[in-house]
Design a binder for this molecule. Structure first.
Ligand SMILES: NC(=O)C1=CN([C@@H]2O[C@H](COP(=O)(O)OP(=O)(O)OC[C@H]3O[C@@H](n4cnc5c(N)ncnc54)[C@H](OP(=O)(O)O)[C@@H]3O)[C@@H](O)[C@H]2O)C=CC1
Ligand SMILES: CC(=O)[C@@H](O)[C@H](O)COP(=O)(O)O
Ligand SMILES: [Mn+2]
Length: 404
């Protein structure tokens, strides 16, 4: 039985995680839930799964009537609270084995860090944790891997499993690498759907509305990642995520557009062989693998039917039109604190666009302006969470001015 905490349990990844648990109650037990504002939905999950450890990110709700309901559900067995400290307290509970981090944005970094610092397994959907703080997270993951090996809880073969990627591309690469030698890997191929505006040019993207940008062609996801997919920033974040997770230099990480999203990513080896991971476009498959590793459990959704798939297409990414991918690759290559600043600016510009206070093309412009300003002031080596939090705040303030 693996006892898990689900951070962001009401979101797209969170609800699918809860569904995976529902299908595998003999293997998984939820022992903690955290959300930002959708407290009623979280309480429904808590009652259904008998969960007593609860956290609500939005501190303002502590003064709301829902606080009494949270306290009542926690009862005398559980802990409960409001704000990020309360979220982080869940990951430190002694009974927790695995933390599913399905928070959105850089707000998820501290929880990822504290999960590994507490020696727990991190099942990571929150890619921003690695984009912003990969330099801090990966050494911690290596420590937990070593602890797991020493304690005899790591699988006999393959990675020790302290940090399990949920992001579909990285889950795919993780599986392609199983049983392989690191030095025989020559390239990672990260696949991209191309988003709703694949094939469009810059002039076609003037006046794009949030409703248009939210219409992802192949995946059903939360608002922020859907906008990132449409600008190809999501792919840029994923290139940086792959660099950290698989210790791969940027010149050996390529992006290829695969509009059907049937191939979740590929690994090329020194002998010219390529392994691809395919599957239904449903996140419950990678979520489940992150929780079942090294075992495989019964499929949580219908497997891919190749007789209905039709053709598989491939194309290069258009980084002239979709500047965010080029900006992210630049941020990753420069490294240090530049990805943190890029990510914060992107979060502000995407939120402004979704609130109809900023334009679609303004997203890349804002990100570039804030990155330029940081490069002029001097990119720093990543040293601490506090340093990243300070720079994140600076980048958000600079981005807000740029959006205005
Ligand atoms: N959706 C997908 O298919 C994929 C998502 N990812 C990544 O997974 C992460 C989650 O994405 P997604 O599920 O789409 O996002 P959603 O917006 O759907 O869900 C976000 C969840 O996080 C909660 N949350 C947000 N901020 C806080 C906070 N400060 N404290 C506590 N809870 C908080 C939200 O609570 P509330 O409901 O109360 O607002 C919600 O439960 C992102 O990093 C994304 O890039 C990666 C691959 C695929
Ligand atoms: C499901 C998943 O992992 C998303 O990150 C997905 O990759 C988004 O699609 P894009 O390929 O359009 O970015
Ligand atoms: Mn992805």
């Amino acid at each position: 039985m693996r006892r898990i905490v689900v951070l962001g349990s009401t979101g797209s990844i969170g609800t699918q995680t809860v569904d995976v648990v529902r299908q595998h109650l003999d293997e998984l037990e939820i022992v903690g839930l955290a959300v930002n504002t959708r407290v009623a939905d979280m309480l429904e999950q808590a009652r259904a799964h008998n969960v007593h450890n609860l956290a609500v990110g939005d501190e303002r709700l502590a003064a709301d009537a829902v606080a009494a309901d949270v306290r009542e559900q926690a009862g005398s067995q559980g802990i409960w609270g409001f704000g990020m400290d309360a979220v982080v307290n869940l990951v430190r509970l002694p009974e927790v084995d695995v933390v599913v981090n399905a928070l959105v944005g850089a707000a998820g970094l501290r929880a990822s860090y504290e999960t590994l610092a507490a020696g727990k397994v991190l099942a990571l959907a929150n890619k921003e944790s690695l984009v912003v703080g990969g330099d801090l997270i990966m050494p911690l993951a290596a420590q937990v891997d070593a602890q797991r090996r020493q304690a005899g809880v790591a699988p006999k073969m393959g990675p020790a499993g302290a940090l399990m990627p949920i992001d579909s591309e990285h889950g795919a690469i993780y599986q392609c690498l199983l049983g392989e030698s690191e030095r025989e890997v020559s390239r990672l191929w990260v696949t991209a759907s191309g988003g709703p505006f694949r094939g469009k040019k810059r002039a076609d993207l003037e006046g794009i509305t949030p409703a248009q940008a939210l219409k992802h062609p192949t995946w059903n996801m939360g608002a922020k990642i859907s906008i990132d997919s449409s600008t190809l920033m999501n792919k840029g974040l994923e290139v940086i995520e792959a660099h950290h997770l698989f210790n791969m230099p940027y010149d050996k990480i390529s992006v290829v557009v695969q509009p059907q999203s049937a191939i979740h990513s590929m690994v090329e080896f020194t002998d010219g062989s390529v392994k691809a991971h395919l599957g239904t476009t449903d996140m419950r498959i990678p979520i489940q693998f992150a929780l079942s590793y090294p075992a495989r459990w019964a499929a949580p959704v219908e497997p891919l039917d190749f007789t209905k798939l039709g053709s598989l297409e491939f194309a290069p990414a258009d980084t002239d039109t979709f500047r965010c991918l080029a900006l992210a690759r630049h941020a990753g290559t420069v490294g240090g604190t530049l990805p943190c600043v890029m990510n914060a600016a992107n979060e502000v510009a995407v939120a402004a666009f979704l609130a109809e206070q900023g334009s679609y093309l303004g997203i890349a412009e804002c990100v570039e302006a804030v990155m330029d300003a940081h490069e002029r002031e001097g990119v720093q080596r990543v040293e601490s969470l506090e340093q990243l939090q300070e720079l994140d705040a600076w980048a958000r303030e600079t981005a807000r001015k740029s959006v205005r």
